[in-house]
Write a protein that binds this ligand. Structure first.
Ligand SMILES: [Ca+2]
Length: 161
């Protein structure tokens, strides 16, 4: 048992040191969303942890609140803008911490309700690698779930990583 723990620890450490090859990410995404368009811009990615995720959410929420105060309503700032600004915030944390965190924008045919967003029409939200698990994040409510359990995983149109 001790040996198994040591091997598992080494596996996690080596994944953290060298990153996750984009081909592995490709394979996982393809497993759940076989028809989605995939746009991948890096050869490998690092996994964030829950602390980074929490900090990104807190900073993103603060930024949204700060700029929303400047205008009563802007209907053009919608789901895609929330998703791209969230992705940008993750990139800023990656720059600060010297990591290449995986965070992408995904577009989906919203056939089922998720994280407070009702079914119907099309939607944009985020995918992120946290503790070596791909999760789907709703950047308007900050709820998230593993891609494996995301109710619209079969209706994803595209990913920009
Ligand atoms: Ca928009």
């Amino acid at each position: 048992m001790k040996k198994l723990i040591a091997i598992l620890t080494l596996t996690v450490v080596s994944a953290a040191a060298y990153g996750v090859p984009f081909t592995d990410v490709f394979t996982i995404i393809r497993h759940y969303s076989s028809n989605a368009d995939l746009h991948v811009y890096d050869t490998s990615y690092d996994s964030a942890n829950k602390n980074v995720l929490g900090s990104v959410m807190s900073d993103h929420f603060g930024m949204m609140r700060r700029y929303a105060k400047l205008q009563d309503e802007n209907i053009l700032f919608d789901c895609d803008d929330y998703a791209f600004t969230f992705k940008s915030m993750v990139s800023c944390y990656g720059m600060m911490l010297g990591e290449n965190y995986l965070c992408g924008v995904l577009t989906v045919k919203q056939e089922k309700e998720f994280a407070g967003v009702p079914a119907g029409g099309y939607h944009a939200l985020n995918i992120m690698l946290v503790n070596d698990v791909l999760i789907v994040v709703e950047p308007q409510t900050y709820e998230y779930t593993p891609l494996a359990e995301y109710p619209n995983r079969g209706n994803i149109i595209g990913f920009i990583l």
